[in-house]
Design a protein around this ligand. Sequence first.
Ligand SMILES: Nc1ncnc2c1ncn2[C@@H]1O[C@H](COP(=O)(O)OP(=O)(O)O)[C@@H](O)[C@H]1O
Ligand SMILES: [Mg+2]
Length: 265
Amino acid sequence: MTDLLEIDDLRIRFEGAPGHAVDGVSITVPAGRRVGIIGESGSGKSVTAMSILRLNDERIMSYSDDSAIRYRGEDLLTAPASRLRQVRGAEISMIFQDPMSTLNPVFTVGEQIVDVLRAHRPYSKAAARPVVVETLQTVGIRDAERVFDRYPHELSGGMQQRVMIAMAISSRPALLIADEATSALDVTVQAAVLETLGSLADNLGMAVLMITHDMGVVARFCDDVYVMNGGAVVEHGPVADVLTAPAHPYTQKLLAAVPRVRPVA
Ligand SMILES: Nc1ncnc2c1ncn2[C@@H]1O[C@H](COP(=O)(O)OP(=O)(O)O)[C@@H](O)[C@H]1O
Ligand SMILES: [Mg+2]
């Protein structure tokens, strides 16, 4: 059976830099599964994640010719721009750490989600509103009618991140990539947003690729985990296995930094 997403021997070189920033990374995301990528800052997580939707600046970097990123068997690294535009947002969505870098300050959050929805689905503006309000409710926003008409800066960080999730899932993607999307939130808000994201993923049958430097997020949220260090995957497997018996010294170091996710002996 073909997996939903298969990153196959991804190698990335930045112009002028020695060596590869990403050096032979292979990651599999089966449909509906929650897969984590963990590693410290600079380990290549974001560059890897951005490759999936070809969001890296290809004027200053290049992919190795024998690398592939197959989405339902189709290689996105060689797909034409027109095909990538169809995939982005509609089949694969991505959310980032800073919602304010994606949200436009001069439009209400409702208007912005309506625009995203209508870019991918044939709704009139009037017909889109109740759909968007319902989506805001599904991401845990109770007064969704009121929030629809709010500007981004009028919302808290947690609410802004929920709005980003609503925008990302409005067209029912098969895969959501979250790059440190809950990292800026305080611990209780982070837990609540992860909880919402998890039940959404289950309800929609949506796979999630969760990029984080936080082993606690992996422990709470993910089924599988890939540990990255220096542009390579040093260890991967089901979260339960990796957390109980980390094979690689680097994984052991990451785990030691978060003592409370260690299982009680
Ligand atoms: N614009 C860039 N120019 C040159 N090198 C870059 C650029 N962006 C990323 N890199 C290289 O890729 C490595 C991985 O970066 P990144 O994927 O952003 O790390 P992470 O998300 O794990 O913190 C960096 O350490 C750097 O060497
Ligand atoms: Mg990053």
